[in-house]
Write a protein that binds this ligand. Structure first.
Ligand SMILES: Nc1ncnc2c1ncn2[C@@H]1O[C@H](COP(=O)(O)OP(=O)(O)O)[C@@H](O)[C@H]1O
Ligand SMILES: [Mg+2]
Length: 236
């Protein structure tokens, strides 16, 4: 479904992503794990067309999208829930969700809204509430719901667990699994490597802009390197 080939991304002189290869098959949950500053968000933004790579190719459903704009990419079926949620704080829950479907028809918007409310009944209860007054967990649900409103085939989730209490994190990860079961392919970026690997099919470990390791999620969970560096376990 998605393929990145030798993708490089720079911010001026700073080389944030240094030639990565990554593939996602239809139906998978793939996770990209790595420390703060490794380049995870940069990769997500590059897939969406918010940043252009300096080198390399990005293919989605056999189309080269490397130089396409974000509107085109969203229409093709990729949407993102950004790091830090970034809901529109002064707008209501419903208005935030509607912002996610601006590229879709009214009919599609209605259908997606029903799906989002099935997944997140909490949002339906709070439809008229101002988004800035929601709890962190609810705002995260809203950010994911807003991304779902674009009717994505590939959903990019950038650090959905950031700053949330463990019980809420558990809840969010259950919902991510549910979204995937309903037919959406997922690329999940996380610093919470253990949780991400528990629900993913495969994973990539990113270290300072390069893929250090890629394998099935199960093998990564058992790998000494991942256990030491990302799961906080001492191995001997
Ligand atoms: N807008 C920017 N301008 C300059 N450097 C940036 C910018 N955004 C990110 N970087 C740098 O790029 C690298 C990767 O950042 P990022 O993709 O945000 O990492 P991660 O999401 O893994 O924490 C870091 O060194 C960061 O400082
Ligand atoms: Mg990030």
């Amino acid at each position: 479904m998605l393929e990145l080939r030798d993708v490089h991304v720079s911010y001026g002189n700073i080389k944030a992503v240094k030639g990565i290869n990554l593939e996602i098959e239809k139906g998978e949950i793939v996770t990209l794990i790595g420390s703060n500053g490794a380049g995870k968000t940069t990769i997500m933004k590059t897939i969406c067309g918010l940043i252009k790579p300096t080198k390399g190719i990005i293919q989605f459903k056999n189309e080269n999208i490397t130089t396409k704009n974000t509107n085109h990419i969203v229409k093709m079926g990729i949407s993102m829930s950004p790091e830090g949620r970034q809901v529109f704080p002064r707008m209501t829950v419903l208005e935030n969700l509607e912002m996610g479907s601006f590229i879709r028809t009214k009919e599609e918007e209605k259908e997606e809204l029903e799906k989002v409310f099935t997944l997140f009944p909490r949002l339906k209860e709070r439809i008229k509430q101002i988004a800035g007054t929601l709890s962190g967990g609810e705002q995260q649900m809203l950010a994911i719901g807003r991304a779902m409103m674009a009717k994505p085939q590939l959903l990019l989730l950038d650090e959905p667990s950031l700053g949330l209490a463990p019980i809420i994190v558990q809840n969010i990860f259950e919902l991510i699994k549910e979204i995937n079961k309903m037919g959406t392919t997922i690329l999940l970026v996380e610093q919470n490597a253990r949780m991400a690997l528990m629900i993913a099919d495969r994973g990539y470990v990113l270290e300072t802009g390069k893929i250090a390791l890629s394998d099935t999620a199960e093998n990564l969970l058992n790998s000494d390197m991942v256990r030491q560096a990302y799961l906080g376990e001492a191995t001997c």
